[in-house]
Design a binder for this molecule. Structure first.
Ligand code: CA
Length: 225
């Protein structure tokens, strides 16, 4: 599950990002409306958390543009208490739900779950590539009759690799989307986790391999099958 957070209060954006990553979501953050719109237009997200008062382009403009362009990703508006009118306008513009700041972690997560369930995107669609499937509920990777449990980071990395199947995922992508900030030590962790994942794929006798590409990143390869 990929979530886009569009929020200009850096502290809040980072806090939300940290909460979501802890729950196994893959998170991108945009700190202004225009950047948020560019990200959202890719249609890569399962859910968008959208602040209303944003620099460069406000949340309602972003939302209106997305809906006109037929990007139907569920949108949860984040509103300040004083913005009651905006809330109503937001729902009219095609928002799926709203949350008034300040909100609790539990409430945020419940709203996200409810929204993605409603849209049927859900958590129940297990990512697949060739002969492997990720079981989102159990945190396992399955191949035929065999399965093996993945650690949280391994799972997120595999999910990212599958979502980008056929493309190179760079170390920077992994660090940015899974660890959240770039620290040199995280880059080494990527290699370590890739080696864990390779061992687990072998253990499952999967035809899928994680190939190193041009020493900048990794991509899935399904062999001939
Ligand atoms: Ca704001």
């Amino acid at each position: 599950m990929r979530i886009l957070v569009v929020e200009d209060e850096m502290g809040l954006a980072d806090a939300i990002g940290a909460i979501l990553k802890k729950e196994k979501y893959i998170v991108d953050i945009a700190n202004d409306g225009k950047t948020g719109l560019e990200y959202a237009m890719t249609g890569e997200y399962d859910c968008i958390l959208l602040d209303i008062m944003l620099p460069r382009m406000n949340g309602l403009e972003v939302l209106t543009y997305l809906r006109v362009q037929e990007v139907e990703t569920p949108v949860l508006l984040l509103t300040a208490k004083s913005e009651t009118d905006d809330k109503i306008k937001g729902l009219d513009c095609g928002a799926d739900d709203y949350l008034t700041k300040p909100f609790s972690t539990g409430e945020l997560l419940a709203r996200i779950r409810a929204m993605t369930r409603r849209k049927g995107i859900s958590v129940d669609i297990n990512p697949k590539y060739k002969d492997i499937t990720l079981d989102l509920k159990k945190g396992e990777i399955i191949c035929g009759a065999n399965s093996v449990v993945l650690g949280r980071k391994e799972f997120q990395m595999m999910e990212l690799l599958i979502s980008k199947a056929g493309q190179i995922v760079t170390k920077e992508d992994f660090v940015k989307k899974i660890w959240g900030d770039s620290d040199d030590s995280e880059y080494n962790n990527v290699e370590v986790y890739i080696s864990f994942l390779r061992k687990k794929l072998q253990l499952l006798h999967s035809c899928v391999q994680i190939k190193t590409r041009r020493s900048i990143g990794y991509c899935l390869d399904g062999g001939n099958s």
